[in-house]
Design a protein around this ligand. Structure first.
Ligand code: HEM
Length: 485
């Protein structure tokens, strides 16, 4: 105790009473403010969001030293005042470090670990082929098609659920729910609610009541997220293999607690998987429009390895290093979860002579790490070549930290990686992504706007998605899809 009393907290901006450091923050892009504080105070910054102590880690080295190497102490989640009111207490991503979280994690491990994930590849390719048909038919609905692609993969793995070709009720429900949840249940809103609990009691006719209304909407949505798939899925013995039916088959006597864990972890999976994957694909399309020379180089690589008589498949992956570099650069350029998900300390700790208090929120500023000038020169530029050596080989850097750290690292990262690769590679092989034209026939410059919340992605932007080949009508596309590998 004496040791702790003599230690100082990491440096950081001086907090004001009650509101802490909120005034100095860019609340739409807190990762940018945290990175600026990093430039002033160093890789470890102490700040306060209202009453919540927040320790921001701005470097990969410190994140690895604490969240990975001392993961026994850095794997909790901070108390969040918004979790219960929004009904998200069930979410594996929000559970405190303990037995219930371990039970969820074990269920995920059976289905999403690296070797188990390989068996989904044919299904992922099939969904990517459906994505091509959807884009061919109604390219203007590209954002909805990406949502459907991401949702249909996770629904197949978790519930053995086949999505409808159009307006699938489960997909629509997930899309709306996750949009609201990622915007409402943020660490910022949680800290604000903790400091001002009256926000949950403002009557609906008073200004400022929209916060409470959104929280209540989230609550209903969260309930639906757990129950909705059960309205559509048949878990009888005859249903196909899925995370749920496999878990029930493995341990049919697990009791109510076990069944609850299965329901909750599967609802977490489809929530965590859909928005992150489709948002990353939106970022990819944006990057391709803004960087036509990158798009062209990736397409030429695919043509030279695969030809134009069939579609790429996972056997081609190791022969397409530039496409791989594009995928890594997409993860780096605009990480979809720029601040990851906050961890918390179980006990007080000392790092580099600084005190890390027990229960502090530990935020990994993934955005600052992917924009580290020393590792990634000109970080705001989209340059896939940074992942290639001078002789065209891939470097060891897979930007793995975009999926988090230590024991709480993303459970779906192997499935996500394959879903991203399949969609990007197949889209590149068939389509050109271009800006729209104005009345004079000139390209309209894109000025991307980004959403803010736990995840961040471009707001839907106008673009043209057209087949690379002038003879690629629906029939020829169907023929290409059916061509043997
Ligand atoms: C591009 C796609 C994805 C990205 C960028 C991503 C990123 C992340 C990040 C940064 C975290 C926080 C890790 C930490 O606390 O250090 C996380 C957690 C999580 N992710 Fe993902 N994710 C993606 C796709 C998926 C998929 C496909 C699933 C499917 C199961 C998934 C399930 C989860 C779960 C359950 C957690 C919480 C883990 C825990 O708290 O123990 N994610 N993800």
């Amino acid at each position: 105790r004496r040791l702790v009393a003599n230690l100082s907290l990491p440096p950081g901006p001086t907090p004001l009473p009650v509101i802490g450091n909120v005034l100095g923050m860019n609340t739409r892009e807190p990762w940018v403010t945290y990175a600026q504080w990093g430039n002033i105070y160093g890789d470890l910054v102490y700040s306060r969001l209202f009453q919540q102590e927040v320790i921001v880690i701005n470097s990969e080295k410190v994140a690895t030293a604490l969240m990975q190497q001392r993961s026994y102490n850095y794997s909790d989640r901070p108390y969040s005042a918004i979790t219960e009111p929004t009904g998200l207490g069930f979410s594996s991503a929000r559970l405190p470090y303990g037995d219930r979280w371990r039970q969820h994690r074990k269920l995920f491990h059976q289905v999403f670990r690296a070797d188990a994930s390989i068996k989904y590849r044919p299904m992922q390719l099939h969904r990517a082929q459906q994505l091509l048909s959807d884009l061919h038919e109604t390219p203007e609905n590209y954002a909805a098609h990406l949502q459907k692609y991401s949702a249909s993969i996770i629904l197949s793995i978790v519930y053995a659920y086949e999505t409808e070709p159009k307006n699938d009720p489960v997909v629509v429900e997930i899309e709306e729910s996750m949009d609201l949840i990622f915007k409402t249940a943020t660490p910022f809103n949680s800290a604000m609610l903790s400091a001002f609990p009256f926000l949950m009691h403002i009557p609906s006719w008073l200004p400022g009541s929209s916060f409470r209304q959104n929280v209540m909407l989230c609550r209903n949505r969260a309930k639906d997220m757990i129950e909705a798939p059960y309205k559509f899925v048949n878990f009888s013995d005859t249903s196909g293999p899925s995370m749920i039916s496999d878990a029930l088959r493995r341990d049919n006597h697990g009791g109510e607690e076990y069944k609850k864990a299965i329901k909750e972890s599967s609802a977490t999976a489809f929530g965590a998987a859909t928005e992150t994957t489709s948002s990353t694909l939106l970022i990819f399309i944006l990057a391709m429009i803004l960087h036509p020379h990158v798009q062209e180089r990736a397409q030429l690589e695919i043509d030279s390895v695969v030809g134009t008589e069939r579609l790429p498949n996972f056997d081609d992956r190791s022969s397409l290093p530039f496409v791989e570099a594009v995928l890594r650069e997409v993860l780096r350029w605009h990480p979809v979860a720029p601040l990851g998900v906050p961890h918390a300390t179980t006990n007080s700790d000392v790092y580099n002579g600084y005190l890390i208090p027990k229960g502090a929120s530990i935020v990994s500023n993934i955005w600052a790490m992917t924009h580290n000038e020393a590792k990634y020169p000109n970080p705001s530029e989209f340059i896939p070549e940074r992942f290639l050596t001078t002789n065209g080989q891939l470097t060891d850097d897979t930007v793995a930290f975009a999926f988090g750290f230590g024991r709480r690292v993303c459970v779906g990262r192997h499935v996500a990686d394959a879903s991203l690769w399949a969609a990007m590679t197949l889209m590149l092989s068939v389509f050109k992504f271009m800006p729209t034209k104005n009345m004079q026939g000139e390209d309209v410059a894109l000025e991307p706007q980004w959403t803010s919340g736990i995840t961040s992605h471009p707001v839907a932007f106008p673009c043209r998605i057209i087949p690379r080949s002038s003879v690629m009508d629906a029939q020829n596309l169907a023929r290409l899809i059916d061509s043997p590998a």
